[in-house]
Design a protein around this ligand. Structure first.
Ligand code: ARG
Length: 566
């Protein structure tokens, strides 16, 4: 595909002094609207070296380049040189590329030979998979897909919270107030109830906490009865989690959770001791991080049991040894920022030069429109309920529309779940947000269903036209304003995918496919696609097909399905 930006940069290189080609490329901007051309080059930085006012420099460059055949025209405005590309060349190059790459359009092979671990979801056993977990699950899945699309070898890990003192609490609560049948009927809800009860009771009877600690110690020591209960909680929980993952179409390469590292802890603490990092404090062992402006990290408790952070350190070392990653990504809420800063520092202090290959990709909080969520108080929206409700609502909407959709159940699933997924991904991940049914199920505006609907519309245009699409067309039929705007957004898609990866920000891709969908709908509205002139129709259908392909690739990158009829 022609690199138009590079063309512009090379032309500029000839006409400027003191700037390297890559500097020029970095300075080239995409103007806010098409009246200012396809690319703009600011001349302010040149004023010094060229000893001239920016607007005069711009005028000079534009004057000389306006003769060049490569560009339709070159203008200057307020210290900028504005480049207007040859529209036909842009459209042809873009559409040929999309047709050539198909489902791979937007991807690349920059990641070939590099290994990336993406750890995400990581819910806690015996606790609900609630709406708060959806962020890690959905954002992590999109990040995995984006890296995969860029040619990286990816490993998806679900670092299950299947270990820790809370299992002491759960076991104590179950023995005191639980019964087997209830757990079997409704495992997570029952276990959650027990957990809540434990915290209520422990306020009046703090000795319960000691009891829980002892039970957890027994679990760590491998006592049969405790281990058996724990295993059972884990199995029942996994069944519930799997239901949600199935609905979302998400799979993992590894479910090595916290418990997986329970026998790998001594080696880690020995390593830390060897480096002189461990200090005694009230019988416990800590790493003092005051020098780095952080509170101390508790590595081993008085009773010898290890902690969440110890298991994270052990997990990172294991992953480096086992996978030899180039990058190890953790998609975990911003509430755990300090935790990750602490242990990344510890890894560095242990002398591991790969510490900087570990990245914490954080995200903001989800709250309910009627207050915050807290597992301890039992106030929680179950993700499975959210998904089911979204599917039901979608089915109702499709029925109302009466669009002739044949497989309502299937489409309602694809669209309802897509709605929830897309709303997660279209926001900048670090922003806190409030979960509201109205927003999730609003099918108008900048939502997943809107993008899916646009994709289905493109499919339907192509289906009804019943012609074979190829790139042997007269491109001058698709250089009109809305066709050209749509093409430019399609052209930018590969760069958008790369940007999403660099920033670990699926919202960049999500926002872009909204733009593509809007531009497609504008084109559809402005132009007659099915026309008598066969040549014209063929060219327009090619653009429709390229838009369809871009929307499809974008949706699947985000982990969404794209029904052909809605
Ligand atoms: N299980 C934890 C939670 O639900 C998240 C685990 C994050 N991953 C990690 N490696 N610490 O809060």
């Amino acid at each position: 595909m022609t690199d138009f930006k590079q063309q512009v940069a090379e032309a500029l290189k000839e006409k400027t002094e003191g700037l390297e080609l890559n500097e020029i490329t970095g300075m080239i901007e995409i103007p806010p609207n098409s009246e200012m051309g396809d690319f703009a080059f600011p001349c302010f930085k040149l004023a010094k070296t060229m000893r001239k006012a920016p607007n005069l420099i711009a005028e000079g460059i534009a004057g000389e380049l306006s003769e060049a055949e490569t560009f339709e025209k070159v203008e200057n405005k307020g210290g900028y040189v504005n480049f207007f590309l040859n529209k036909k060349a842009v459209v042809q190059s873009t559409l040929e590329e999309v047709m050539d790459k198909g489902a791979k359009y937007g991807g690349s092979s920059v990641g070939a030979g590099k290994k990336v671990i993406v750890e995400y979801s990581s819910p806690n056993i015996a606790k609900p998979f609630h709406i708060g977990h959806i962020r890690s699950t959905v954002i992590g899945n999109a990040i995995y897909k984006i890296y995969d699309f860029l040619g990286y070898e990816t490993i998806r890990i679900n670092h299950l919270g299947d270990y820790g003192t809370q299992f002491g609490k759960m076991i104590v609560a179950y023995r005191k107030w639980g019964n087997k049948e209830e757990v079997e009927n409704e495992p997570i809800k029952t276990l959650l109830g027990l957990y809540v009860k434990f915290h209520e009771e422990a306020e009046a009877h703090p000795e319960l906490e000691d009891e829980a600690r002892e039970v957890f110690k027994k679990l760590e020591d491998g006592e049969a009865e405790e281990v058996e209960l724990w295993k059972w909680f884990r199995e029942e929980s996994l069944k519930e989690f799997s239901r949600v993952y199935d609905m979302l179409g998400i799979t993992f390469d590894s479910y090595a959770g916290e418990s997986f590292y329970s026998d790998k802890m001594d080696r880690i603490t020995d390593m830390m001791a060897e480096k002189g990092l461990l200090q005694k404090s009230d019988g416990a062992e800590i790493v003092d991080l005051s020098e780095y402006g952080m509170s101390p990290a508790l590595i081993r408790k008085k009773d010898g049991s290890t902690l969440y952070i110890t298991r994270d350190i052990a997990a990172a070392v294991y992953r480096k040894e086992h996978y030899n990653f180039d990058k190890n990504i953790y998609v975990v809420a911003a509430q755990q920022n300090l935790h990750f800063q602490q242990w990344f520092k510890i890894i560095e202090l242990m002398g591991f030069d790969w510490a900087d290959q570990c990245v914490h990709i954080n995200f903001g909080l989800v709250s309910l429109d009627d207050g915050t969520m807290s597992t301890r108080k039992g106030k929680v929206v179950f993700l499975e309920d959210v998904l089911n409700r979204a599917v039901e609502k979608t089915a109702e909407i499709i029925k109302e529309k009466n669009s002739g959709c044949e497989d309502i159940d299937k489409v309602a699933k694809q669209v309802g779940i897509g709605a929830v997924v897309f709303q997660e991904l279209s926001n900048n991940r670090i922003k806190d947000y409030t979960f509201s049914w109205d927003k999730v199920l609003n099918f108008e505006g900048e939502t997943g269903p809107y993008v899916q609907y646009t994709h289905a519309r493109a499919c339907s245009v192509l289906r009804n036209a019943k012609v074979n699409i190829d790139t042997n067309v007269d491109y001058s039929y698709i250089t009109g304003e809305s066709a050209y705007e749509l093409t430019k957004l399609i052209l930018r898609f590969p760069q958008v995918v790369q940007d999403s990866a660099d920033k670990y920000e699926p919202s960049v891709a999500a926002r872009h496919i909204i733009d593509v969908a809007q531009a497609f709908n504008k084109f559809y509205h402005d132009e007659h696609i099915i026309v008598e002139n066969e040549e014209e129709q063929k060219a327009k259908l090619l653009l429709v097909d390229a838009a369809r392909q871009t929307l499809l690739n974008g949706l699947s990158l985000l982990g969404m399905e794209a029904p052909e009829r809605m």
